[in-house]
Design a protein around this ligand. Sequence first.
Ligand code: C5P
Length: 213
Amino acid sequence: MKNKIITIDGPAASGKEKISKYISSKWKFKHLDSGVLYRRLALILLEAKVNTNNVFEIKKKINQISTISYRKTKKIRTQRISQLASKIAIYSFVREYINKLQYNFVKKNKNKQGFVIDGRDIGSVVFKKADLKLYIEVKPEIRAKRRYKQLIDSGEKSIYPKILKEIKLRDKKDKQRKHSPLVIPKGAHIIDNNGSFRKTVKNITELLEKNLK
Ligand code: C5P
């Protein structure tokens, strides 16, 4: 088994990262979180004080970028960056730029067992021919509750209704945008992640064992 591609799509805070990490460690697949790239770009634009209402300014800044880090730091997990990432993700030129980074990532790591890549459009647009596509489904209220707990546990202040509102707003933006909206990719297996992670893992393990021979 070599260079298999598993795509994981789903809305904000649906557990894509936890599921990807599980697959990555159990099957020795390389993990790429495409959301990190949108967040990194948002941070670059924010720090450079680029007016993100002006597409020409965004384009100009993108042309000046030599590399984008894949590192997940606290700095890119803020609400401000979440919203800004979602805002710039509507532009097709931004998506093309991020997609190119993803293709390069896969090309550079050709010797690996395979890849698990998560995001919003991975199975529907970026890797349409993936070996296995998963779509994670969780009710917004449960996602907000989990995110709230995560923030409180990490010592941050958090207000549940605010998180729920923000999650619903991001869902709306991600599902209604013109370019690469969040959809259930053709041929994707729907994973119900409303219950315990143990149940989700059992489901996924069965699917992977059946489909990745
Ligand atoms: O997954 P994460 O919450 O880190 O993604 C941040 C934002 O980046 C999403 O709300 C979405 O707008 C955008 N995104 C996207 N396509 C992807 C990954 C992320 O549009 N493949």
